[in-house]
Design a protein around this ligand. Structure first.
Ligand SMILES: Cc1cc2nc3c(=O)[nH]c(=O)nc-3n(C[C@H](O)[C@H](O)[C@H](O)COP(=O)(O)O)c2cc1C
Length: 288
């Protein structure tokens, strides 16, 4: 099942979706030796790292849906300095390549993050989370082909490591953004991130989540992910990481058939931390 992806050679096509599998916590919970011996993914994608430390959004941060969840976690993380000091040394011991996911609120922040991780041999590739507003323009980078092109073009000059652009589904023309990323030098695109959604406090008209809205993930979005991966695959020739509601080998196979090279398992890992292994085994049984 070996897969070549953006210059990396991976043992199989199943990786994790950013922010849905904490390898450091899992090593603590299940034992490092046991986790590493049967690591569920062929590469590990970190949760988003921002330049400054973030506490995340105010609670409540989760709402469970029948077919998934809405989260408004708000990217809590130690920030670049804390990540380099505390998380990177631990994650560099993983038995698979490390992909670091980064997000900046301005192009200079993205540039500082990419330069810092580009200099680290422990990092195999960098994923750009562009589902965020550029505070200088007010536009969501991943929703606007021109914003995306300018940003990726600048970051491309700063690193020789593979750059993966993580697209947002909350955009009018996702394939146009993917094309802009490819033309600006991206090595791959990944999609979908969560879809904007809302839940109401039971019995009243107030939003449940502290941030009012959040991102919908899980099986509820699988059909949307499938459509977007299929559309993007028709418009770009760089590899695609497909994700969105993958629970089984059959779901993964569908995304591969739609044009993905790798498939990421996200929300399902909260229900079953071994979901990655199960999805890969089921996929292999399908002969894919
Ligand atoms: C609790 C939670 C946290 C997430 N955190 C991040 C994150 O830090 N960075 C990111 O790019 N995507 C993040 N995502 C989005 C996932 O990586 C993925 O794109 C999305 O959940 C769709 O896949 P799924 O339906 O399999 O979960 C998060 C999703 C969830 C549910």
């Amino acid at each position: 099942m070996t897969v070549r992806f953006g210059g990396l050679e991976l043992a199989h096509p199943i990786i994790n979706a950013s922010g849905t599998f904490d390898a450091i916590a899992a090593a603590r919970a299940f034992g490092r030796a046991a986790l590493y011996e049967r690591f569920p993914f062929s590469a590990f994608v970190s949760k988003t790292v921002t330049l400054a430390h973030r506490e995340g959004n105010s609670p409540p941060r989760l709402w469970e849906l029948g077919e998934g969840m809405i989260n408004s976690i708000g990217l809590p993380n130690r920030g670049l300095a804390g990540y380099l000091e505390r998380d990177l040394p631990e994650l560099s011991t993983l038995p698979v390549p490390l992909i670091v996911n980064v997000m900046g609120f301005a192009p200079d922040e993205f540039a500082a993050l990419v330069e810092a991780f580009s200099a680290r041999r422990e990092v195999a590739a960098i994923e750009l989370n562009v589902s965020c507003p550029n505070v200088e323009s007010g536009l969501i980078v991943g929703a606007d082909p021109r914003e995306c092109s300018v940003l990726v073009g600048r970051l491309r000059t700063l690193t020789a490591k593979p750059l993966i652009v993580k697209l947002t589904p909350n955009a009018a023309d996702v394939p146009a953004v993917a094309q802009a990323a490819e033309a600006a030098g991206a090595d791959a695109v990944s999609l979908v991130n969560t879809l904007r959604g809302m839940a109401l406090r039971p019995g009243c008209a107030e939003p449940w989540l502290g941030a009012k809205t959040g991102g919908v993930s899980g099986p509820a979005i699988h059909a949307i992910a499938l459509a977007q991966v299929h559309e993007v695959a028709a418009r770009v020739s760089i590899p695609i990481v497909g994700m969105g509601g993958v629970r089984s080998g059959r779901d993964a196979h569908r995304l591969l058939s739609a044009g993905a090279t790798l498939v990421a398992v996200g929300t399902e890992s909260f229900r079953d931390p071994q979901a990655g292994t199960r999805v890969r085994t089921e996929l292999a049984a399908l002969g894919a």
